[in-house]
Design a protein. Structure first.
Lengths: 243, 352
């Protein structure tokens, strides 16, 4: 099995290296100390597994995955437990909390090789239960456009619209298309700032100019830039609760 | 203590207010019993003065029967009985005063007219006592409102203090986890370094706990604490973290609130150095300028990073603590331009 280890700290890569040395069938093909290097190495070398830190300079672990056409199989390695929910939303194999034991590490590796079977994963279940309330919201959205990457800070997003398999992100009069489901994006956004007002619309509540009611269950919101968006009944309930 | 007797001004205002019924009584006496004006006034005003003091007793009725919580009929009947009693006493006093006046100045206020003015005096006595009781109830309710307000404020201040204390004593758990991870990595490759790091971590934790409990520490101690923190972070970040400390003359003995620099240095590492692939230089500088002490922390930041909305938690806490301790004598200046983040704290230089 060919693996890449991504962490901005030397010592943190060192411990992964040390634990991996006990597994003869595993070979480290690259080590990266930041997100850019990781994107490049993963795209070029197509590893079977990536050990990925989350808090790194320039690009964090999730953003690295976002920029890859083919997502590798990933085990997150981090000191922060508040990203656990999002980690499993991007289908992480496991989530190792620093510092971790060799047993815990080997268990994660077993899951990656598929030898662990489908038995329940107690460590991860506990983690998810404990961190649900402390989920760290997304700070920025990355959108690839050919070879360019647009970075949109989430507070700058006006509203988001679902379009088939894509979401169209509206920010400052510009529109960015991203391959993602609206429901997935919704869970990673700050619930104090973004509300799903409709099956296919999420709105930044700081952009709301007014709410207009036409009939009992027919309402629209008007944003500061004049955009009008439909509001469903449950969307209206959510708005009422927030405002 | 009686609220009216508590200070002279209130008492003066209270007695002045009694001038009105005093003059009214004099007028009514002059009209009804055809007393001479001077006689009526000489009788009424001192009589009213006496009654003013007697009516202060309404306070005790108010205290015994606080308005909310007591049966209203019971309160009213007690008040009425008290009014009857005190006015009866007053009538006796009035009789005494009328006799005294007769003896001092015969003919000024003839005692024979006393029985005729009895109904008038009695109704004044009862009425005024009831009014005095009403005034006392009013004072009592105003006072209790002010008391509740003050208690609420005091509680708020206490809560804020506790909150600040808890916040400044807080060590970022991720710092601990990452340091422990470094130690775990070092144990097999360089056990001596692992031990050194364990000791540094222990020292840092002990220092921050000890200092956190104090009101003030010497700047020297704070610098040592920060130095420990940076030494630990240097093990993690390696060559990415370079630290330069410039200590100004006569600054080390200055008294500063504990853990004032620590959150700022932590920010400089977490939001500055750690976000740069090649790291950078963290400058810590202390200066003394006459009576003021300046503490400067400068670090590079990723110029393309997303600036957080508003001030982060660490900066807010430091700002609040400075304001609370030194008010306008202190300031916190934050510059965030061109890939450089500078925090300048200015506070009064108190030597130890």
């Amino acid at each position: 099995m060919r693996v890449i280890v991504v962490d901005d700290e030397d010592l943190a890569r060192g411990i992964v290296r040390e634990y991996l040395a006990f597994h003869q069938n595993v070979q480290i093909i690259a080590e990266c100390s930041n997100g850019f290097e990781a994107v490049k190495a993963i795209a070029e070398l197509k590893p079977d597994l990536v050990f990925l830190d989350i808090q790194m300079p320039k690009l964090n672990g999730f953003e690295v995955l976002d920029l890859l056409d083919v997502r590798p199989r990933v085990i997150f390695v981090t000191a922060y437990d508040s990203y656990a929910i999002r980690a499993f939303e991007v289908d992480a194999i496991d989530y190792l909390l620093k510092p971790f034991s060799r047993d815990r590490f080997d268990a994660a590796l077993l899951r990656a090789t598929g030898e662990a079977g489908n038995e329940p994963h107690d460590a991860v279940d506990n983690l998810l239960r404990n961190t649900r309330a402390r989920n760290t919201p997304l700070e920025r959205i990355l959108v690839r456009d050919g070879s360019r990457v647009h970075v949109i800070p989430t507070p700058m997003v006006d509203h988001i619209e679902a379009q088939d398999d894509y979401v169209s992100i509206h920010s400052g009069g510009k529109k960015y298309l991203k391959l993602e489901r609206l429901s997935e994006l919704e869970t990673s956004l700050d619930p104090k700032l973004f509300v799903r007002i409709h099956r296919s619309h999420i709105v930044n509540i700081e952009r709301l100019a007014r709410l207009e009611t036409y009939a009992k269950d027919s309402r629209i919101v008007v944003l500061n830039d004049g955009t009008k968006l439909p509001v469903s009944r449950s969307g209206y309930e959510k708005l009422k609760r927030l405002l | 203590m009686h609220p009216i007797l508590k200070d002279r001004r209130t008492l003066a205002v209270y007695l002045l207010a009694w001038l009105a019924p005093g003059l009214m009584l004099a007028t009514l006496l002059a009209i009804t019993v055809k007393a001479s004006w001077s006689g009526a006034i000489c009788f009424s005003l001192p009589a009213m003065l006496v009654y003013a003091f007697m009516s202060l007793s309404a306070w005790y009725v108010c205290r015994a029967f606080p308005l909310p919580g007591t049966d209203i009929a019971k309160t009213l009947s007690s008040l009425f009985i008290a009014a009857l009693l005190s006015s009866a006493l007053w009538l006796l006093a009035c009789y005494g005063w009328a006799s005294a006046l007769e003896w001092m100045e015969p003919g000024l206020a003839p005692r024979e007219s006393y029985p005729d003015s009895l109904p008038l005096l009695a109704s004044f006595g009862i009425g005024l006592f009831l009014i005095a009781a009403a005034v006392h109830y009013l004072i009592e309710s105003l006072q209790s409102a002010r008391r509740t307000e003050r208690n609420a404020l005091e509680l708020q201040v206490l809560a804020r203090d506790a909150e600040l204390k808890a916040l400044r004593a807080q060590i970022d758990p991720h710092f601990l986890f990452n340091s422990l991870n470094s130690i775990s990595a070092l144990t097999s490759t360089d056990s001596a370094a692992a031990r050194t790091m364990t000791l540094m971590l222990a020292d840092f934790l002990r220092m921050s706990m000890n200092y956190g409990a104090l009101e003030m520490i010497r700047l020297e101690q704070e610098i040592a604490l920060v130095q420990h923190f940076l030494d630990i972070e240097k093990v993690r970040f390696g060559s990415r973290l370079v630290v330069r400390t410039e200590i100004g003359e006569g600054t080390l003995s200055a008294q500063v609130p504990p853990l004032l620099l620590q959150p700022l240095v932590e920010n400089a590492v977490n939001h500055g150095i750690a976000q740069l692939p090649d790291g950078g230089l963290l400058l810590l500088r202390t200066e003394r300028d006459g009576k003021s002490l300046r503490l400067i922390i400068r670090n590079p930041v990723d110029p393309r990073r997303i600036k957080p909305r508003g001030e982060g938690m660490g900066l807010q806490i430091v700002r609040q603590r400075l304001e609370r301790l030194y008010g306008v004598e202190s300031s916190m200046d934050v510059q965030d331009t061109g890939g450089e983040f500078v925090v300048v704290l200015t506070l009064p230089h108190h030597g130890s």
